[in-house]
Design a protein around this ligand. Structure first.
Ligand code: SF4
Length: 254
């Protein structure tokens, strides 16, 4: 795939890659297409969600050359950490665990309090920035590709998620190999392959983030209604996937 200096070629290449991923419905084949097309390190940032567990299975089963990592924010549910242990027991590929910088978290908590993220959207974004976005930025530095488990029907804001796109902020190809999957298809894939998933999914948590920022939902609610439920329902994201082109971290720190 082209380098960051060849903007036109990147656009052409990414468009072609998007088309090639769409040609097959098989997830392992999609991972193979991605590995073949993108040079350099390809990172898969797993949130340990049911989506990401499906992607992990497709990466780990043929042992694709993909760098798998997860971000431990320090505020996860115990059940989420259990998914790491279960996956490490099931699959023979390493899942690296990346932590936030201790000093950044100490400064955040000293300034805003241990649960300061409830006080304002700015405080919540600062917490997500220190615990998620900045660690993600470090892990993606130098990578050629970034695989995620985003799906178009997870929320209105993700409705036009492509299979492949150029991320001008991280300067890499962002890849969403199950972008077109319905939740029913995802559930069937997980069941057919006996993939380990978070026990909370069966307790009304379709979307799971940090423990203090996630609640169970009612059957009629949007699947992301339990994330930061005290905020306005529009545009609720942690900043990992909705960075503007000129994104600057909320904390003002790099
Ligand atoms: S989800 Fe909540 S606890 Fe986790 S990083 Fe964001 S604001 Fe902080």
């Amino acid at each position: 795939m082209a380098t960051a200096n060849a903007t036109v070629s990147i656009a052409d290449d990414v468009s072609e890659l998007d088309r090639r991923i769409a040609e097959t419905d098989d997830l392992e084949q999609r991972i193979g297409v991605i590995r073949e097309a993108v040079s350099g390190r390809i990172a898969f940032s797993t949130s340990l969600s049911i989506e990401d567990q499906a992607v992990l299975h497709a990466i780990a089963t043929p042992k694709a050359d993909i760098d798998v990592f997860t971000l431990d924010t320090g505020r996860h549910f115990p059940e989420t950490l259990d998914v790491i242990a279960a996956s490490s027991g099931r699959y023979c590929i390493p899942i690296r665990i990346a932590f936030p910088e201790a000093r950044k978290v100490e400064e955040l908590v000293a300034r805003d309090g241990i649960n300061g993220f409830r006080d304002s959207i700015d405080a919540r974004k600062a917490c997500c920035d220190a615990r998620k976005v900045q660690p993600l930025r470090r892990q993606l530095a130098g990578a050629g590709g970034w695989i995620t488990g985003l799906r178009r029907d997870q929320s209105g804001g993700r409705g036009d998620t492509p299979f492949a796109s150029w991320d001008n902020d991280f300067k890499l190809v962002k890849l969403n190999p199950i972008a077109d999957w319905s939740f029913e298809k995802l559930e069937a894939y997980v069941a057919d392959n006996s993939i380990p998933i978070n026990a909370l999914h069966a307790q009304g948590y379709p979307s799971i983030g940090c423990q203090p920022c996630t609640r169970a939902i009612e059957p009629w609610e949007d699947i992301r209604a339990g994330r930061w439920w005290w905020e306005n329902q529009d545009g609720k994201e942690c900043g990992l996937h909705n960075r503007p082109a000129n994104f600057q971290p909320a904390s003002g720190e790099k």
